[in-house]
Design a protein around this ligand. Structure first.
Ligand code: AR6
Length: 169
């Protein structure tokens, strides 16, 4: 499985699936979530509403899938990252679950390429370096015959530098 790093806007990425750093309501918000719903159009929100009506709120660490609406990506995998509260062990486990559950969902969909934003490192204030280590570790530990490429999309300079350093190691 190939790992790539791209600086930019995840809504522009032509992967089979992009991952959204959502909240448990699944009904949109700011940051990358807002950008994905704005660019993807109302179809994504309608599908999120249908999922909510079926199974209720999405718990932290879990992931659900919708189509990509107007996005170049075919699917959007919505996962809910932990809000950083200083409990490193608990928050780290939950963030790792976000990556693992998203990768499993992608695998079950038969997806070849998936792009991740830096989940929880915005409004949810997860320390960026630790979040980067967890993200890369989960991806490297995920063994798949189907997934061919995982792209980390860094929006801000700080995350880009962190990922570049971590991936060079
Ligand atoms: N493309 C890629 N990455 C982006 C983009 C974009 N267009 N826009 C922002 N980022 P955040 P969280 C980066 O706050 O911390 C929402 O309101 C950003 O630089 O979007 O998981 C949800 O509804 C940062 O590194 O997500 C939730 O309520 C990363 O995306 C809450 O925020 C994550 O920042 C989730 O908080």
């Amino acid at each position: 499985m190939k790992i790539e790093l791209i600086k930019g806007d995840i809504t522009k990425i032509e992967a089979d699936a992009i991952v959204n750093a959502a909240n448990s309501s699944l009904l949109g918000g700011g940051g990358v979530d807002g950008a994905i719903h704005r660019a993807g159009g109302k179809q994504i929100l309608e599908e999120c509403r249908a999922i909510r009506n079926r199974q209720g709120k999405c718990k932290t660490g879990e992931a659900v899938v919708t189509t990509g609406g107007n996005l170049p990506a075919q699917y959007v995998i919505h996962t809910v990252g932990p809000v950083w509260n200083g409990d490193e062990e608990k928050c780290s486990k939950l963030l790792a679950k976000c990556y693992k559950n998203s990768l499993e969902l992608a695998e079950n969909l038969g997806i070849k390429t998936i792009a991740f934003p830096n989940i929880s490192t915005g409004v949810y204030r997860f320390p960026k370096e630790l979040a980067g280590k967890i993200a890369i570790e989960e991806v490297k530990n995920f063994k798949s015959e189907i997934l061919k490429k995982v792209i980390f999309i860094c929006f801000d300079d700080e995350n880009e530098e962190i990922y570049r350093n971590l991936l060079e190691k």
